[in-house]
Design a protein around this ligand. Structure first.
Ligand code: PLP
Length: 840
């Protein structure tokens, strides 16, 4: 690294923002940076520094090395105005940051060397102490994180907007087989990756009333007089792309109480009243809601949504005003993507900001809104579709309700013209649900306000059109599209599976990491025994690491040569962990009955959190742990079957699990899983899938080939037929003695220390209602598991199939997804960032 002349930090020259001496990327410079941060930032001397101190020092040193790129990226947009993606999401499950930044900067080796000089032998040891920000529940939040990573890597200017929850998704511990939730205090040790920007704070109102008035020009106008306020303080996280200068911003809003509003309370001596309001608004960004699908009518959640959406839209408008760009050009500069309906209030809030605050007329404001906003649907499950009780909504957002009524009135007018006399269709498409208590349907608001609505896998997008929003599809067929989800190969292959990454580098060269279609080149090796063995060894190495983790966590020894059969994801009935668990019981019974000749030795691994209020999901966790206890303690099972429940499944643990898996369980009821992304992470890392025709499984099977995928189960239309034909689970049970016996054994208390009542709610549910068709799919699932067992016998053939899965997984890179969003929804171009001075 060299620099011709010292840079004056007080007077940054365009394109040149930092003292390159402070941002060098060789091991010496990283070491110096760490030393400096230990001393000046952390107030520690090297000899007494803890591992956590060294993690912090290294993180600050790495963050320094992002700053030039980050500021240059922000400056590039300012200097050369062009369209920026605003990705609005209530969740960003970004995972640990240090190793990702090291990888994307290309300084993992240098960091390791710097650590060595502090007496730390491995980078891994340091990475281990990083606390992950649990700012998401699962797939949806992780998708937002993969997309932000791909946006930066593809050099597309983007801002992620979300909430800086003080407490993220709870930590899960298992006590007596049950899930226990523990508060996630992820900020307690200090989190070095965020930059608070209090000078860019925004005000947000709640409650109060609206009033009409006549402005100076004699126009009738409305305004909102809230009776409660909060301040949003941006906390920015720089997100660097892979080996590029583009470093985008994740802007997370923290809610602070307003003070100015409460002078009155202080004056009349109501000190506690004033403090109460402060406590109230600080609670706003306190905690992430677990998605139990039943949080309808939760006031605080609606407040959170409006809070972060309002701050974000104000921030976008302000950015135009700062650059002297006309508000009417908003759609040329911002494309606003709604990650599910959680930010759908954006449609009404943008209208309000444009009409009430910027004095635009309705038509102009509506044009701006509908040209800017697009909506991604993530679920068809009726209980997960957001609806807000009208009374609640009105009490919190009275002006938004008026605006929504007007949006609805104009929209229904259009529909009436198209379908004269058809009141039925009006009822179906209205934003207001008139059945039962009146409620606001957020999916309808988003659909009416968006220029595109997309599903997240081909089947899902098709079902949106056919089942969820058929009337809207007739009205606006051109609005509906599909973008199949993807995952970033930087985190899910390069970071998570370094052994595989090395092999890929050696075999096809390093450009696979940004061009995953190149993995196809692996196919030429499908019959090369030596290569297949080498490929298989990368898997073995992942399994050895996971086995050691399992031993450390639970004391259970698992055999890395057994088949690692894995289902990790949120626990939900539609995902059918209980189908898998029941299948384990039949395997157990076969071994007990001496019919295990053809069974492959398996380690069946489960992991995932249940929403705290979801009784059946928590019972399924208890059930899995009951089976694990019985199976693992039985000497007859030794070397044949082990069952593990991994506590506290999160991104960090996922990085250990996906590369260590032989068999990926993707067994949701057809039509229920919108896409899934775990399925993609597994396939990229060479796992074979056993799965239903659901979500992206359909496309995975298409890509990897049907011979390399273990398919089972009823199709979505067969499930629909069953549902409409008075489904009787009992008839399926009667046809299958093995299933009958498994259920009977559970009811005898065999997996619950003799407690015959514990799992009754589960077995009764399966015998009588079975809402997710576990019984209907059981026989075919067993058949597919039998073919898995047969395939496992021929290790070379298994490795060949595994290689093909990896080789054909390129389509599931989030780079491909993001390119599709850019081209077919956002109409944005990359903006390569130049850094003219000589850094690095
Ligand atoms: C990928 C991922 C998910 C989503 O998994 P699915 O199998 O698609 O449900 C959930 N949680 C974490 C931590 C993940 O990394």
């Amino acid at each position: 690294m060299s620099s011709s002349k010292p840079l004056d930090l007080r007077l940054p020259t365009p394109g040149c923002y930092a003292d390159p001496e402070r941002a060098g990327i060789d091991a010496d410079a990283v070491f110096d940076g760490m030393t400096e941060h230990l001393f000046f930032t952390l107030g520690k001397l090297a000899p007494t520094a803890s591992l956590h101190d060294l993690y912090m020092a290294l993180s600050y040193a790495v963050r320094d090395r992002l700053m030039t790129r980050y500021l240059a990226s922000m400056e590039a947009i300012r200097a050369q105005p062009q369209k920026t993606v605003a990705y609005l999401s209530a969740e960003f499950l970004i995972g640990p940051q240090l190793n990702n930044n090291l990888l994307n900067l290309g300084i993992q080796k240098e960091a390791e060397e710097a650590l060595r000089r502090f007496g730390i032998e491995s980078l891994a040891e340091t990475l281990e102490v990083e606390e992950e920000p649990g700012l998401g529940n699962g797939g949806l939040g992780r998708l937002a994180a993969c997309y932000m990573e791909s946006l930066a890597t593809l050099q597309v200017p983007a801002v992620g907007y979300g909430i800086r929850y003080e407490f993220g998704i709870f930590n899960q511990i298992i006590r007596n087989g049950w899930q226990v939730e523990v508060t996630d205090k992820w900020l307690k040790g200090g989190w070095p990756w965020e930059l608070p920007q209090p000078d860019e704070a925004c005000f947000v109102g709640f409650g109060g009333r609206t009033e009409s008035y006549i402005d100076d020009k004699g126009n009738y106008r409305s305004r909102w007089i809230p009776n409660e306020n909060a301040i949003g303080v941006p906390h920015d996280v720089p997100l660097l792309g892979y080996r590029v200068n583009s470093c985008n911003r994740l802007r997370l809003w923290r809610a602070d109480a307003t003070e100015s509003f409460d002078f009155y309370a202080f004056n009349i001596g109501d000190y506690y009243g004033a403090v109460e309001e402060k406590v109230g608004s600080e609670t706003l960004s306190k905690v992430l809601y677990p998605n139990d699908g039943t949080d309808e009518g939760r006031r605080l959640r609606l407040k959170q949504q409006h809070f972060f959406v309002s701050c974000s839209l104000q921030d976008m408008l302000r950015s135009l005003e700062n650059r002297k760009i006309s508000i009417k050009d908003f759609p040329k500069h911002w494309t606003v993507q709604l990650n599910d309906t959680h930010p759908a209030i954006a449609v009404a809030e943008l209208m309000r900001l444009l009409i009430d605050d910027r004095y635009l007329d309705w038509e102009t404001a509506w044009e701006i809104t509908t040209q800017s906003v697009a909506y991604t649907n993530h679920t068809l499950l009726p209980e997960a579709l957001e609806k807000w009780d009208l009374g609640l909504f009105k009490s919190l957002l009275p002006r938004h309700l008026e605006i929504i009524y007007e949006i609805n009135r104009r929209f229904l007018q259009q529909v009436r013209l198209r379908y004269p006399g058809n009141d039925n269709i009006l009822r179906k498409v209205s934003i207001i649900d008139e059945e039962g208590g009146k409620a606001i349907r957020m999916a309808h608001l988003a659909t009416i306000g968006a220029h595109h609505i997309n599903g997240v896998a081909a089947l899902h997008s098709d079902l949106i059109k056919r089942q969820l929003l058929p009337e809207f599809t007739k009205i606006w067929p051109e609005k509906f599209t599909n973008v199949t989800n993807g995952v970033t190969p930087r985190r899910w292959v390069a970071l998570a599976n370094p052994k595989l990454a090395d092999l890929l580098d050696k075999e096809i060269g390093p450009s696979w990491i940004t061009n995953m279609e190149l993995l196809k080149n692996l196919e030429s090796r499908e019959n090369d025994s030596n290569f297949l063995e080498e490929f298989g060894n990368t898997k073995l190495s992942g399994k050895i690491k996971l086995a050691s983790y399992i031993h450390r966590q639970s004391g259970v020894l698992v055999d890395p040569s057994s088949m690692f059969d894995v289902q990790v994801k949120r626990i939900h009935q539609y995902k059918r962990q209980h189908l898998n668990a029941l299948q384990v019981i039949t395997q157990y019974l076969r071994i007990k009955n001496g019919q295990d000749q053809s069974l492959a030795p398996r380690t069946v691994i489960f992991g995932g959190k249940a929403a705290p209020g979801y009784f059946m999901a928590k019972l399924i966790i208890r059930f899995i742990n009951g089976i694990a206890e019985t199976v693992n303690a039985d000497p007859d099972m030794d070397g044949r079957l082990k069952v593990i429940f991994l506590a506290d499944y999160n991104v960090k643990l996922g990085e250990q699990v996906y590369p260590a898996t032989d068999l990926s369980e993707q067994i949701s009821t057809a039509g229920k899983e919108a896409s899934g992304t775990g399925n993609m992470k597994f396939a990229m890392n060479g796992a074979l899938t056993i799965g239903t025709l659901d979500g992206a499984n359909v496309e995975i099977r298409e890509k990897v080939g049907e011979q390399n995928f273990f398919l089972f189960g009823k199709t979505e239309s067969e499930i629909m037929d069953l549902q409409n034909a008075n489904y009787m689970p009992q008839s399926y049970i009667e046809e299958l003695p093995e299933l009958e016996e498994a259920l009977h054994l559970i009811d005898l208390g065999h997996f619950s220390n003799g407690d015959t009542e514990l799992f009754k709610p589960l077995t009764n549910n399966l015998r009588t209602r079975d809402p997710f068709f576990v019984m209907a799919d059981f026989a075919d699932y067993l058949r597919a598991q039998d073919s898995v067992n047969r395939a496992w016998i021929d290790k070379k053939e298994w490795n060949r199939m595994s290689l093909i899965n990896c080789a054909r997984s390129g389509f599931f890179s989030s780079d491909r997804s993001i390119m599709e969003y850019c081209n077919s929804i956002w109409n944005v171009e990359p903006l390569p960032v130049e850094i003219t001075c000589d850094v690095n």
